[in-house]
Design a protein around this ligand. Structure first.
Ligand SMILES: [Zn+2]
Length: 107
């Protein structure tokens, strides 16, 4: 099941646009793609992700509101362009930077 878009909070991956979405037959969708990939099939979903589906500020804000997160705490990746292992590396780096920032801010 190929993921085309992934959403992360500090706790880890909290949402994916994958076959559950792009191969879906039913209508409801609360996916990060905002319904653009819903039921369109894998090829089209990849194309949409390349064109920025799920990556806009609006997409992230809607997803955050619906799922009870703060948009600023979320990070969205196009997993077609950025392989998951690279995302994990990027996130580890961000975490270290965040911890460093906290150290600097501490009294
Ligand atoms: Zn989707």
């Amino acid at each position: 099941m190929t993921t085309v878009i992934a959403v992360y909070s500090a706790q880890g991956c909290i949402g994916r646009c994958d076959a559950n979405c792009y191969n879906a037959a039913k209508i409801d969708c609360d996916c990060i793609c905002g319904g653009r990939n819903h039921g369109v099939g894998h090829e089209r979903a990849i194309e949409n992700a390349r064109n920025g589906a799920g990556l806009s500020k609006q997409d992230v804000e809607r997803f955050a509101r619906f799922h009870g997160y703060q948009a600023a705490d979320l990070k969205v990746y196009n997993t077609v362009a950025t392989p998951l292992r690279k995302i994990r590396r990027l996130r580890a780096k961000e975490k270290r930077r965040e911890e460093w920032r906290k150290l600097l801010e501490a009294p």
